[in-house]
Design a protein around this ligand. Structure first.
Ligand code: ROI
Length: 163
């Protein structure tokens, strides 16, 4: 059986746009994962310490035959394969892949919380996610488009910037 899942991608080190492209290529090649769609890319000011470069962010939809924890293992392996550096908490990173939604599963386990607990606070997740899930809701019934006003102060731009 396959399930649809949504992944948030982010990077701000070592050619971030290339890091995202490479991650998408790795997902495409992965057995048990099919890449169905990807949002456009966004450039966003870091949430957290400001003494770091802007991030490039995107969200993709996959279908997968993997369980949530097996999928998480593979995503972490891709982060490692791309030389994930993480100098400090909330600091710069070569590649982050967050599991945002896995079907409509609600899960609170030690390793994994689903949906991702910070979707509602992050423009860099909400903006690309709404491209793929315009009618999306959180399990508590809040619509993703209702959440956008709360993150409107966060700096985020389409990437590459239109002329
Ligand atoms: N800030 C932005 N803009 N984008 C991210 O992907 C991102 N990821 C993080 C922290 C450090 C919280 N800030 C971020 O992990």
């Amino acid at each position: 059986m396959t399930q649809q899942a949504y992944l948030g991608l982010g990077a701000n080190l070592a050619d971030p746009e290339q890091q995202l492209q490479e991650a998408l290529a790795r997902l495409t090649r992965h057995e048990g994962i099919e890449l169905l769609a990807c949002s456009s890319f966004y450039r966003s000011r870091p949430l957290g310490p400001q003494d770091q470069d802007d991030f490039i962010n995107a969200v993709c939809r996959i279908s997968t035959s993997l369980s949530p924890l097996d999928l998480l293992d593979r995503l972490q392996a891709i982060e490692q394969a791309q030389g994930r550096q993480r100098s400090r908490p909330w600091g710069p990173r070569t590649l982050d892949i967050d599991l945002l939604f896995y079907a409509d599963l609600v899960l609170h386990s030690e390793r994994l919380t689903l949906p991702h607990p910070r979707i509602a606070e992050r423009a860099f997740v909400l903006y690309p996610l709404r491209e793929l899930l315009p009618d999306g809701c959180l399990p508590d019934g809040r619509r993703l488009d209702e959440l956008e006003p709360a993150v409107r102060g966060q700096s985020i731009y389409p990437w590459p910037q239109p002329d």
